[in-house]
Design a protein around this ligand. Structure first.
Ligand code: ACO
Length: 325
Protein backbone atom coordinates (compact mmCIF):
# COMPACT_ATOMS: atom_id res chain seq x y z
CA UNK A 1 0.00 0.00 0.00
CA UNK A 2 1.25 3.53 -0.81
CA UNK A 3 2.22 5.46 2.32
CA UNK A 4 0.51 8.69 3.27
CA UNK A 5 2.50 11.79 4.16
CA UNK A 6 2.04 13.67 7.39
CA UNK A 7 3.33 16.97 8.80
CA UNK A 8 5.19 16.07 12.00
CA UNK A 9 6.79 19.42 12.84
CA UNK A 10 6.61 23.09 11.90
CA UNK A 11 9.02 26.00 12.31
CA UNK A 12 9.14 29.68 11.48
CA UNK A 13 11.67 32.47 11.57
CA UNK A 14 11.40 36.23 11.15
CA UNK A 15 14.50 38.42 10.95
CA UNK A 16 14.74 40.58 14.09
CA UNK A 17 14.21 44.00 12.48
CA UNK A 18 10.50 44.82 12.78
CA UNK A 19 9.42 47.82 10.74
CA UNK A 20 6.09 49.41 11.65
CA UNK A 21 3.96 51.27 9.12
CA UNK A 22 4.89 54.56 10.79
CA UNK A 23 8.61 53.78 10.52
CA UNK A 24 8.23 52.76 6.89
CA UNK A 25 6.15 55.87 6.13
CA UNK A 26 8.84 58.07 7.72
CA UNK A 27 11.56 56.38 5.62
CA UNK A 28 9.51 56.70 2.44
CA UNK A 29 8.76 60.37 3.17
CA UNK A 30 12.51 61.06 2.98
CA UNK A 31 12.31 59.82 -0.64
CA UNK A 32 9.25 61.96 -1.35
CA UNK A 33 6.88 58.95 -1.23
CA UNK A 34 3.71 59.59 0.75
CA UNK A 35 1.87 56.87 2.68
CA UNK A 36 0.40 56.39 6.16
CA UNK A 37 -0.32 53.78 8.79
CA UNK A 38 -4.02 54.52 8.35
CA UNK A 39 -4.00 53.83 4.58
CA UNK A 40 -1.94 50.64 4.90
CA UNK A 41 -4.03 49.19 7.74
CA UNK A 42 -7.35 50.01 6.10
CA UNK A 43 -6.46 48.60 2.65
CA UNK A 44 -4.33 45.61 3.70
CA UNK A 45 -4.55 44.82 7.45
CA UNK A 46 -0.75 45.17 7.70
CA UNK A 47 0.68 46.89 10.79
CA UNK A 48 4.33 45.82 10.52
CA UNK A 49 6.71 43.60 8.59
CA UNK A 50 10.22 42.26 9.22
CA UNK A 51 13.20 43.14 7.00
CA UNK A 52 16.38 41.07 6.89
CA UNK A 53 19.77 42.72 7.37
CA UNK A 54 21.60 43.36 4.06
CA UNK A 55 23.94 40.37 4.43
CA UNK A 56 21.17 37.88 5.35
CA UNK A 57 19.91 35.60 2.57
CA UNK A 58 16.89 33.36 2.06
CA UNK A 59 18.95 30.29 2.99
CA UNK A 60 19.90 31.94 6.32
CA UNK A 61 16.22 32.45 7.17
CA UNK A 62 15.42 28.96 5.84
CA UNK A 63 18.07 27.41 8.08
CA UNK A 64 16.57 28.98 11.23
CA UNK A 65 13.01 27.93 10.32
CA UNK A 66 14.19 24.42 9.37
CA UNK A 67 16.05 23.90 12.64
CA UNK A 68 12.91 24.85 14.55
CA UNK A 69 10.76 22.49 12.47
CA UNK A 70 13.28 19.65 12.93
CA UNK A 71 13.31 20.25 16.69
CA UNK A 72 9.50 20.25 16.85
CA UNK A 73 9.43 17.00 14.85
CA UNK A 74 12.22 15.47 16.95
CA UNK A 75 14.03 14.67 13.72
CA UNK A 76 17.81 14.99 13.27
CA UNK A 77 19.05 16.72 10.09
CA UNK A 78 20.65 13.42 9.03
CA UNK A 79 17.22 11.77 8.80
CA UNK A 80 16.09 14.19 6.07
CA UNK A 81 16.03 12.49 2.66
CA UNK A 82 14.50 15.31 0.57
CA UNK A 83 14.73 19.12 0.71
CA UNK A 84 12.46 21.41 -1.28
CA UNK A 85 12.67 25.18 -0.90
CA UNK A 86 10.01 27.47 -2.34
CA UNK A 87 11.47 30.89 -3.03
CA UNK A 88 11.39 33.72 -5.56
CA UNK A 89 14.32 35.45 -3.88
CA UNK A 90 17.03 32.75 -4.06
CA UNK A 91 20.55 33.34 -2.74
CA UNK A 92 22.01 32.88 -6.23
CA UNK A 93 20.91 32.31 -9.82
CA UNK A 94 22.29 28.84 -9.19
CA UNK A 95 22.83 26.54 -7.37
CA UNK A 96 19.49 26.25 -5.65
CA UNK A 97 18.78 27.71 -2.23
CA UNK A 98 17.84 24.15 -1.22
CA UNK A 99 21.41 22.96 -1.89
CA UNK A 100 22.81 25.88 0.11
CA UNK A 101 20.37 25.09 2.94
CA UNK A 102 21.34 21.41 2.85
CA UNK A 103 24.98 22.33 3.43
CA UNK A 104 24.09 24.78 6.22
CA UNK A 105 22.19 21.96 7.95
CA UNK A 106 25.38 19.89 7.80
CA UNK A 107 23.98 17.12 5.62
CA UNK A 108 24.73 15.82 2.12
CA UNK A 109 23.47 13.32 -0.41
CA UNK A 110 19.69 13.70 -0.37
CA UNK A 111 17.98 15.42 -3.34
CA UNK A 112 17.52 19.15 -2.86
CA UNK A 113 15.88 21.60 -5.24
CA UNK A 114 13.92 24.85 -5.40
CA UNK A 115 10.35 25.39 -6.54
CA UNK A 116 9.46 28.72 -8.13
CA UNK A 117 5.75 29.49 -7.97
CA UNK A 118 6.01 32.85 -6.15
CA UNK A 119 3.36 33.13 -3.41
CA UNK A 120 1.90 29.69 -4.26
CA UNK A 121 5.39 28.22 -3.91
CA UNK A 122 4.88 26.53 -0.57
CA UNK A 123 1.67 24.79 -1.70
CA UNK A 124 3.46 23.62 -4.85
CA UNK A 125 6.49 22.42 -2.84
CA UNK A 126 4.36 20.54 -0.31
CA UNK A 127 2.35 18.89 -3.11
CA UNK A 128 5.57 17.72 -4.80
CA UNK A 129 6.97 16.41 -1.50
CA UNK A 130 3.66 14.63 -0.78
CA UNK A 131 3.77 12.95 -4.20
CA UNK A 132 7.38 11.85 -3.65
CA UNK A 133 6.55 10.41 -0.23
CA UNK A 134 3.50 8.60 -1.62
CA UNK A 135 5.65 7.23 -4.46
CA UNK A 136 8.18 5.91 -1.94
CA UNK A 137 10.96 8.22 -3.21
CA UNK A 138 11.27 9.99 0.13
CA UNK A 139 10.29 9.16 3.72
CA UNK A 140 11.28 12.30 5.60
CA UNK A 141 11.09 15.56 3.66
CA UNK A 142 11.96 19.11 4.69
CA UNK A 143 9.73 21.61 2.89
CA UNK A 144 10.54 25.29 3.29
CA UNK A 145 9.25 28.66 2.09
CA UNK A 146 11.86 31.41 2.44
CA UNK A 147 12.00 34.95 1.11
CA UNK A 148 13.88 38.22 1.32
CA UNK A 149 11.29 40.18 -0.66
CA UNK A 150 12.69 43.47 0.68
CA UNK A 151 15.50 43.01 -1.91
CA UNK A 152 13.12 43.24 -4.87
CA UNK A 153 10.86 46.05 -3.64
CA UNK A 154 10.72 49.39 -5.42
CA UNK A 155 10.69 51.83 -2.50
CA UNK A 156 9.58 54.60 -4.84
CA UNK A 157 6.32 52.69 -5.56
CA UNK A 158 3.95 53.06 -2.61
CA UNK A 159 1.41 50.70 -4.18
CA UNK A 160 3.75 47.71 -3.66
CA UNK A 161 6.57 48.46 -1.19
CA UNK A 162 4.24 48.69 1.83
CA UNK A 163 2.87 45.17 1.27
CA UNK A 164 5.79 42.78 1.61
CA UNK A 165 8.18 41.43 4.25
CA UNK A 166 10.93 38.84 4.81
CA UNK A 167 10.80 35.50 6.64
CA UNK A 168 10.83 31.72 6.40
CA UNK A 169 8.63 28.82 7.44
CA UNK A 170 9.26 25.07 7.29
CA UNK A 171 7.59 21.72 7.83
CA UNK A 172 8.90 18.19 8.23
CA UNK A 173 6.80 15.75 6.22
CA UNK A 174 7.07 12.05 7.06
CA UNK A 175 5.72 8.84 5.52
CA UNK A 176 2.86 7.54 7.65
CA UNK A 177 0.32 4.70 7.81
CA UNK A 178 -2.42 7.22 8.60
CA UNK A 179 -3.55 10.07 6.35
CA UNK A 180 -2.02 13.53 6.76
CA UNK A 181 -2.24 15.31 3.42
CA UNK A 182 -5.76 14.45 2.24
CA UNK A 183 -5.94 16.20 -1.13
CA UNK A 184 -4.33 18.94 -3.17
CA UNK A 185 -5.06 21.04 -6.24
CA UNK A 186 -2.54 23.10 -8.26
CA UNK A 187 -2.97 25.48 -11.19
CA UNK A 188 -1.17 28.07 -13.31
CA UNK A 189 -2.12 30.43 -16.12
CA UNK A 190 0.84 32.11 -17.81
CA UNK A 191 -1.29 34.62 -19.72
CA UNK A 192 -1.16 36.74 -16.54
CA UNK A 193 2.66 36.94 -16.32
CA UNK A 194 2.61 40.76 -16.55
CA UNK A 195 0.15 41.30 -13.66
CA UNK A 196 2.73 40.56 -11.00
CA UNK A 197 6.37 40.13 -11.90
CA UNK A 198 10.01 41.03 -11.51
CA UNK A 199 10.80 41.29 -15.21
CA UNK A 200 14.59 41.64 -15.05
CA UNK A 201 17.05 38.88 -15.91
CA UNK A 202 20.80 38.46 -15.89
CA UNK A 203 22.47 38.74 -19.28
CA UNK A 204 26.09 39.34 -20.23
CA UNK A 205 27.06 40.43 -16.72
CA UNK A 206 24.21 42.91 -16.25
CA UNK A 207 20.55 42.86 -15.27
CA UNK A 208 18.36 43.45 -18.31
CA UNK A 209 14.96 44.88 -17.39
CA UNK A 210 13.85 45.97 -13.93
CA UNK A 211 14.97 43.81 -10.98
CA UNK A 212 12.09 45.20 -8.90
CA UNK A 213 8.57 43.94 -8.27
CA UNK A 214 5.73 45.44 -10.28
CA UNK A 215 2.04 44.64 -9.79
CA UNK A 216 -1.42 45.57 -10.98
CA UNK A 217 -2.95 45.41 -7.48
CA UNK A 218 -6.61 45.60 -8.41
CA UNK A 219 -6.36 42.95 -11.15
CA UNK A 220 -4.44 40.66 -8.78
CA UNK A 221 -7.07 41.20 -6.09
CA UNK A 222 -9.98 40.18 -8.35
CA UNK A 223 -8.20 37.17 -9.82
CA UNK A 224 -7.01 36.01 -6.38
CA UNK A 225 -10.46 35.99 -4.81
CA UNK A 226 -11.96 34.07 -7.72
CA UNK A 227 -9.30 31.35 -8.04
CA UNK A 228 -8.93 30.82 -4.28
CA UNK A 229 -12.58 29.92 -3.95
CA UNK A 230 -12.42 27.53 -6.91
CA UNK A 231 -9.28 25.72 -5.76
CA UNK A 232 -10.57 25.37 -2.20
CA UNK A 233 -13.74 23.72 -3.45
CA UNK A 234 -11.77 21.46 -5.81
CA UNK A 235 -9.57 20.25 -2.95
CA UNK A 236 -12.52 19.64 -0.64
CA UNK A 237 -14.25 17.69 -3.41
CA UNK A 238 -11.15 15.55 -4.03
CA UNK A 239 -11.00 14.81 -0.28
CA UNK A 240 -14.70 13.91 -0.31
CA UNK A 241 -15.64 16.47 2.34
CA UNK A 242 -17.51 19.78 2.53
CA UNK A 243 -16.65 23.19 3.97
CA UNK A 244 -17.95 22.07 7.38
CA UNK A 245 -14.98 19.66 7.68
CA UNK A 246 -12.51 22.55 7.73
CA UNK A 247 -11.26 23.38 11.23
CA UNK A 248 -8.80 26.05 10.08
CA UNK A 249 -8.11 28.00 6.90
CA UNK A 250 -4.46 29.00 6.53
CA UNK A 251 -4.45 31.27 3.49
CA UNK A 252 -1.53 33.00 1.82
CA UNK A 253 -1.13 36.19 3.84
CA UNK A 254 -1.34 38.85 1.14
CA UNK A 255 -4.12 41.12 2.27
CA UNK A 256 -6.78 40.83 5.00
CA UNK A 257 -9.50 41.82 2.52
CA UNK A 258 -8.63 38.91 0.20
CA UNK A 259 -8.74 36.56 3.21
CA UNK A 260 -12.09 37.93 4.42
CA UNK A 261 -13.58 37.64 0.97
CA UNK A 262 -12.33 34.05 0.53
CA UNK A 263 -13.60 33.03 3.97
CA UNK A 264 -17.02 34.50 3.18
CA UNK A 265 -17.22 32.56 -0.08
CA UNK A 266 -16.28 29.35 1.77
CA UNK A 267 -18.83 30.06 4.54
CA UNK A 268 -16.05 30.05 7.14
CA UNK A 269 -16.16 32.54 10.03
CA UNK A 270 -13.01 34.64 10.47
CA UNK A 271 -12.29 32.94 13.79
CA UNK A 272 -11.42 29.82 11.75
CA UNK A 273 -8.91 31.77 9.64
CA UNK A 274 -5.28 32.08 10.70
CA UNK A 275 -4.24 35.71 10.15
CA UNK A 276 -0.62 36.81 10.52
CA UNK A 277 -0.47 39.41 7.75
CA UNK A 278 -0.82 42.18 10.37
CA UNK A 279 2.60 41.40 11.84
CA UNK A 280 4.34 39.67 8.91
CA UNK A 281 3.11 41.51 5.80
CA UNK A 282 3.17 39.42 2.66
CA UNK A 283 6.20 37.10 2.85
CA UNK A 284 5.31 35.33 -0.42
CA UNK A 285 6.28 31.62 -0.32
CA UNK A 286 7.05 31.90 3.41
CA UNK A 287 3.66 33.22 4.42
CA UNK A 288 1.70 29.94 4.67
CA UNK A 289 4.29 27.92 6.64
CA UNK A 290 4.91 30.94 8.89
CA UNK A 291 1.17 31.26 9.59
CA UNK A 292 0.82 27.50 10.08
CA UNK A 293 3.69 27.45 12.55
CA UNK A 294 2.29 30.44 14.40
CA UNK A 295 -1.09 28.75 14.88
CA UNK A 296 0.45 25.39 15.84
CA UNK A 297 2.72 27.00 18.44
CA UNK A 298 0.00 29.14 20.02
CA UNK A 299 -2.15 26.00 20.39
CA UNK A 300 -4.89 27.07 17.94
CA UNK A 301 -4.23 24.24 15.47
CA UNK A 302 -4.32 20.91 17.30
CA UNK A 303 -3.45 17.34 16.24
CA UNK A 304 -6.25 15.68 14.27
CA UNK A 305 -7.73 18.93 12.97
CA UNK A 306 -8.30 19.57 9.26
CA UNK A 307 -6.38 22.55 7.89
CA UNK A 308 -7.09 23.99 4.46
CA UNK A 309 -4.10 25.87 3.08
CA UNK A 310 -4.26 27.93 -0.08
CA UNK A 311 -1.96 30.16 -2.04
CA UNK A 312 -2.04 32.48 -5.01
CA UNK A 313 0.72 34.41 -6.68
CA UNK A 314 2.66 35.55 -9.70
CA UNK A 315 2.54 33.41 -12.78
CA UNK A 316 -0.40 33.40 -12.23
CA UNK A 317 -0.24 30.36 -9.94
CA UNK A 318 -2.66 29.09 -7.34
CA UNK A 319 -3.44 25.98 -5.35
CA UNK A 320 -4.71 24.48 -2.15
CA UNK A 321 -4.35 21.47 0.08
CA UNK A 322 -6.33 19.81 2.86
CA UNK A 323 -4.10 18.56 5.67
CA UNK A 324 -4.99 16.49 8.71
CA UNK A 325 -2.56 17.60 11.41
N1 ACO B 1 -0.36 54.87 0.63
C1 ACO B 1 -1.25 55.84 0.36
N2 ACO B 1 -1.97 55.87 -0.77
C2 ACO B 1 -1.79 54.86 -1.64
C3 ACO B 1 -0.88 53.81 -1.41
C4 ACO B 1 -0.14 53.86 -0.21
N3 ACO B 1 0.75 52.90 0.11
N4 ACO B 1 -0.92 52.97 -2.45
C5 ACO B 1 -1.83 53.46 -3.31
N5 ACO B 1 -2.35 54.60 -2.83
C6 ACO B 1 -3.37 55.44 -3.42
C7 ACO B 1 -3.43 55.32 -4.92
O1 ACO B 1 -2.48 56.15 -5.54
C8 ACO B 1 -4.84 55.77 -5.19
O2 ACO B 1 -4.88 57.19 -5.14
P1 ACO B 1 -5.80 58.00 -6.17
O3 ACO B 1 -7.22 57.57 -5.84
O4 ACO B 1 -5.50 59.42 -5.83
O5 ACO B 1 -5.36 57.58 -7.53
C9 ACO B 1 -5.62 55.26 -3.98
O6 ACO B 1 -4.64 55.01 -2.96
C10 ACO B 1 -6.38 53.98 -4.24
O7 ACO B 1 -5.52 53.07 -4.92
P2 ACO B 1 -6.01 51.65 -5.34
O8 ACO B 1 -4.93 50.96 -6.11
O9 ACO B 1 -7.37 51.77 -5.97
O10 ACO B 1 -6.19 50.98 -3.92
P3 ACO B 1 -6.81 49.60 -3.58
O11 ACO B 1 -7.93 49.75 -2.67
O12 ACO B 1 -6.99 48.73 -4.81
O13 ACO B 1 -5.64 48.92 -2.73
C11 ACO B 1 -3.92 47.28 -2.93
C12 ACO B 1 -4.38 48.68 -3.33
C13 ACO B 1 -3.76 47.22 -1.43
C14 ACO B 1 -2.57 47.01 -3.60
C15 ACO B 1 -4.99 46.26 -3.39
O14 ACO B 1 -5.28 46.44 -4.75
C16 ACO B 1 -4.56 44.87 -3.17
O15 ACO B 1 -4.44 44.43 -2.06
N6 ACO B 1 -4.35 44.07 -4.25
C17 ACO B 1 -3.91 42.73 -4.13
C18 ACO B 1 -2.45 42.80 -4.02
C19 ACO B 1 -1.89 41.53 -3.46
O16 ACO B 1 -2.42 40.99 -2.53
N7 ACO B 1 -0.81 41.11 -4.07
C20 ACO B 1 -0.13 39.99 -3.68
C21 ACO B 1 -0.88 38.73 -4.08
S1 ACO B 1 0.08 37.59 -4.85
C22 ACO B 1 1.46 37.67 -4.04
O17 ACO B 1 1.39 37.59 -2.85
C23 ACO B 1 2.74 37.90 -4.74
Amino acid sequence: MRPYSRIVGTGGYLPPRRVTNDELAADLAKRGVETSDEWIVERTGIHARHFAAPDVTSSDLAEQASRRALEAADVAPGEIDLIIVATSTPDMVFPSTACILQHKLGIAGCPAFDVQAVCSGFVYALAVADAMVQAGTARCALVVGAEVFSRILDFSDRTTCVLFGDGAGAVVLKASDTPGILASDLHADGQHVGLLCVPGHVSGGAVLGSPLLTMDGQAVFKLAVSVLEKTAHATLQKAGVTESAVDWLVPHQANIRIMQSTARRLHLPMDKVVVTVGEHGNTSAASIPLALDHAVRDGSIRPGQNVLIEGVGGGFTWGSMLVKM
